[in-house]
Design a protein. Sequence first.
Length: 134
Amino acid sequence: MSRRMEVGLRTLVLAIHEEATITAAAKGLTGALAQLAALRETASLASGQAGRAVGEEEVMRIVLNARRVRQTRAEAQATTAGALTKAATKAAVATAKAGTAQEASDNPVPVRVRRRLAPLAVRSLTRNLPAIVR
């Protein structure tokens, strides 16, 4: 399967799974039973749309991978926000001590922080590229 088809299937499966989860909750299902019903419904509906058999294992793999990516992005954003907040606080303290805004504007983020943030920035840019560019 081509990369473009995989991306399309992943998008389709995630959209169907979200709707199936809402449907299972509306039916009054909870816990593992709701997850199993959503998984089976997603596999069934995705198979019809994809024009091939999509197994429950494949649906589960796609859903878990999406959750993992979402969690990793949230952690990276929290880390970046925390580091930027600390850097901004240090810059503000330095400005208050120095009494001039020039020193703080010359180097608003310390070199150590910039070194740590650079790989995160590059990774976040590559994740958000369109599938055609990759």
